[in-house]
Write a protein that binds this ligand. Structure first.
Ligand SMILES: [Zn+2]
Length: 473
């Protein structure tokens, strides 16, 4: 059983029950599991692999709760640069449907590489477009190549334009096919055990791209196997108008009729949620993936994150995209969460709080999201959203998932009075090491498990092909 000693870190953020931050500390790891956390002097003196982390901060691996790795093929396309969600989706659906298994591979590796370089060790991919011979198996194989801890959805779209949905008919699938393949993916791949490197979720895309029947049937199937359920919800006011017009209900009320407000469910975005709906999430145990960059990029709105945290709603972070971000940078996303929560308290009602008190008034001190709370959302929060107790903190018995940042950089210079908060207040830096399951996926700031240059080259070729073909059509 291989061992690893990570020692001499200037500071190590545990996110344990006491939220300890240890000085001159490290970890001892055996077979992908943390055996000891503590001051370097108290750790074993040697191991099969030794990382000297002098001058670095160690953080628990970040958990990404919402992403579409395929979209790294369609970042920043001109037709989608200056629109909100619905026209943005219309500009992209056919591009995503035209991808191939080969381009799905490079997209997955590129996205997971960027995630790993920005501290992410567990990523959820909301895959939902399966055309042109693509299967969820493509993403699964690529995630194993790079070595990320992976949760992936056999997601779906079934409500085409001719039936009142948003996606074109040639981008949606037959519901029988979806459910059959969902069951296959679960049976073939889902590992529910502690330390699992691969789990499956079911994720019908959104209220405007699947039928009520498919939502119900997906929930029935997921609950039969104990896998998670995920969808986009309350992302935009256009979505709210859609469910009001189609079902006579606000999105959350519509979800309730489908038995989709429950502890095994988490939603992406949850921006346009009122206080009653927010309490319902807390009461029923539904979780939220906050995606601040995407919400800003598409002018969707600002999610009430601070209220979620106060109400006890499981809340994690997602980079979303990455055609609506257009990045897979999770450290930057945590910083965006910090900044956007602050913007929200400075706005006037109805977006902001209903008070005329200055934002500096002591009575409003509790409204401020702190850097440590944002880091907690990126780690323990994400783990809770994915219903994982084996990740999110650095403690004996937990998965050996962590990343380090060099403190002696231009970016942090002058800000090291509080190095933990500097990781979010100062500009996001690239991870020096990212260790997943006891294995270095990032080493000295570079991906160590696959050779990235040829993959980036191939990926750019696939992306150019997609755009060229789209123009030709
Ligand atoms: Zn999304």
């Amino acid at each position: 059983m291989p061992t690893m000693l990570a020692k001499n870190a200037d500071i190590l953020v545990t996110m344990d029950g006491e939220r300890r931050e240890l000085r001159d500390a490290g970890l001892f790891i055996r077979d992908g599991v943390i055996e000891q956390v503590g001051p370097t002097a108290e750790l074993p003196g040697s191991a099969d692999r030794v990382l000297d982390l002098r001058g670095q901060i160690v953080l628990p691996g970040f958990v990404n709760c919402h992403h579409h790795l395929d979209q790294t093929l369609t970042r920043n396309i001109p037709a989608g640069q200056n629109t909100n969600l619905f026209p943005w989706l219309r500009a992209h659906y056919r591009l995503w449907a035209a991808r191939t298994p080969a381009s799905a591979r490079t997209a997955t590796i590129v996205g997971l590489a960027e995630l790993a370089l920005t501290g992410c060790t567990t990523a959820f991919d909301h895959a939902y477009v399966f055309q042109n011979g693509c299967r969820v198996d493509d993403q699964i194989a690529a995630a194993a190549e790079i070595g990320s801890r992976f949760v992936v959805s056999r997601g779906s779209m079934s409500l085409g334009e001719s039936k009142g949905g948003l996606p074109p008919d040639d981008c949606v699938e037959d519901e029988d096919v979806i459910l059959k393949d969902s069951q296959r993916a679960i049976e073939q791949y889902h590992d529910p055990n502690p330390g699992s490197m691969l789990q499956i979720a079911l994720a019908p895309c959104s209220p405007f791209s699947v039928t009520a029947d498919l939502m119900r049937e997906s929930a029935r199937l997921a609950r039969q196997y104990g896998v998670g359920l995920h969808t986009h919800l309350c992302e935009t006011l256009d979505e709210e108008r859609f469910t009001l017009q189609t079902h006579g209900l606000r999105p959350v009320a519509y979800m309730e009729t489908l038995d989709w407000v429950a502890p095994d469910v988490w939603y992406a975005h949850a921006v346009h949620v009122n206080d009653d709906e927010l309490r319902l999430f807390a009461e029923k145990g539904a979780g939220v993936s906050h995606c601040p960059s995407s919400n800003m990029r598409l002018a969707s709105g600002i999610a009430p994150v601070k209220k979620y945290l106060e109400a006890g709603v499981r809340t994690g972070l997602g980079v979303d995209g990455s055609a609506s971000n257009d990045s897979s940078g999770l450290l930057a996303e945590a910083r965006m969460a910090l900044l956007l929560a602050r913007l929200k308290i400075g706005l006037l009602p109805p977006e902001g709080p209903e008070t005329v008190l200055s934002t500096s008034d002591p009575l409003r001190a509790g409204e401020w999201l702190t850097a440590r709370a944002a880091l907690e959302m990126a780690t323990l929060g994400g783990a809770a959203v994915l219903r994982r107790t084996d990740i999110g903190s650095l403690e004996p018995g937990k998965c050996a998932d962590f990343f380090t940042l060099d403190l002696n950089t231009v970016g942090y210079a002058g800000g090291l009075g509080d190095p933990v908060a500097a990781t979010l207040f100062c500009a996001p830096q690239t991870a020096r090491y990212t260790v997943i399951n006891g294995r270095c996926v990032v080493e000295d700031g570079r991906i160590a498990t696959v050779e990235m240059e040829p993959i980036i080259e191939e990926h750019n070729r696939h992306a150019a092909d997609l755009l060229r073909d789209a123009v030709a059509v």
